[in-house]
Write a protein that binds this ligand. Structure first.
Ligand code: NAP
Length: 310
């Protein structure tokens, strides 16, 4: 029986593991793929206090994992498919094994939100990508369309300019949501061109992306942008936010209408011994620094719960 089962190995889960291990608790961090979550697929990290200039999200995530392991946290590679969280003993079912724990910290974040237009699903991995750091080099000297107007879209668009010949940012409004500092940098980049007030209506292609159809939401004008004959294809990177991965907790843990888990400032959910940390919970600012802070608080509160039952 683990003292703490942490579900998810992003910054929230790894920070929780670090704090729990330093408190000499028997803690397992369950990870599905690699460590880092959204952090691992983020190109550059500029706003995590103390992060070295030029550090990638993947490097920072790796260091967080090594630090948690160093203090005795255990990483368990398994996909958690079901949980029973109401009782005193928390039961966790993975694809490989079943586990038990005195407390659970839910920290498995979210996943990229799809556009939902025709052609997107069929051409995912064939020109449509949700991870610039993973796939940017496939688009060396080609054109790329980034969809969205938040921090992720602009950050990743700037990263993509290191590879692509031209980067279009397609945004549904006439002003960005992204932080002003990020906007200023992006708008200065000579390779970036913004297509304002526009949404993606369709993505076309036979085996690879060959064309994108955009609709201007103000004028109703529809424009198709085909790949040039020489290129034959281009990239499409939707960064239009993400959705919490909270399906397995439904009916047990209180959530808002969008599936984010409700937790108080001590990361406590409605269930005793169950905490939520990081992007999966209802919060105002989703950043690496706030995820890590959530994880630390959740671990300390889990320790208190184990000791005093509160
Ligand atoms: P976000 O802040 O929710 O922005 C999503 C963007 O996509 C918005 O511009 C939104 O348009 C647009 N959008 C949403 N649904 C759409 C749809 N169906 N069709 C077309 N456009 C759509 O998401 P994010 O950029 O992924 O960021 C998520 C969180 O991580 C945020 O809290 C962000 O601050 C944080 N983050 C921070 C950094 C950083 O600090 N460097 C980097 C990455 C992410 P509207 O503006 O019109 O709603």
């Amino acid at each position: 029986m683990y003292d703490i089962a942490v579900i998810g190995a992003g910054p929230a889960g790894l920070a929780a593991g670090l704090y729990a291990a330093r408190a000499k608790l028997n803690v397992a961090i369950f990870e599905k793929l690699g460590e880092g979550g959204q952090l691992a697929i983020t190109a550059d990290i500029e706003n995590y206090p103390g992060a070295q200039e030029g550090v990638t999200g993947a490097e920072l995530a790796h260091r967080m994992k090594e630090q948690a392991l160093h203090f005795g946290a255990k990483i368990v590679k398994d996909t958690i498919n079901a949980v029973e969280l109401a009782g005193k003993v928390k039961k966790i079912t993975g694809a490989k094994e079943r586990y038990e724990a005195k407390t659970v910290i839910i920290a498995n974040g979210g996943k990229a939100r799809p556009i939902g237009c025709p052609g997107e699903a069929e051409l995912a991995g064939k020109g449509v990508s949700y991870c610039a750091t993973c796939d940017a080099n496939f688009f060396q000297d080609l054109e790329v369309f980034v969809i969205g107007g938040g921090d992720s879209a602009l950050d990743e668009a700037m990263y993509l300019t290191k590879f692509a010949r031209k980067v279009y940012i397609v945004h549904r409004r006439d002003e960005f949501r992204a932080a002003k500092s990020i906007q200023e940098k992006a708008l200065k980049n000579p390779k970036i061109e913004v297509v304002w007030d526009s949404v993606v209506q369709e993505i076309k292609g036979d085996g690879v992306v060959e064309s994108i159809v955009l609709k201007n939401v103000k004028t109703g004008e529809i424009k198709e942008h085909p790949a040039s004959e020489d290129d034959g294809t281009f990239g499409i990177f939707p960064f239009i936010g993400f959705d919490p991965v909270s399906e397995i907790y439904k009916g047990q843990v209180t959530m808002d209408g969008s599936g984010y888990i409700v937790a108080d400032e001590n990361m406590k959910t409605n269930l005793p011994g169950v905490f939520a940390a990081g992007d999966i919970r209802v919060k105002a600012l989703r950043q690496v620094v706030t995820a890590a802070a959530d994880g630390a608080i959740a671990a300390v509160m889990a320790e208190k719960y184990i000791e005093h039952g509160e």
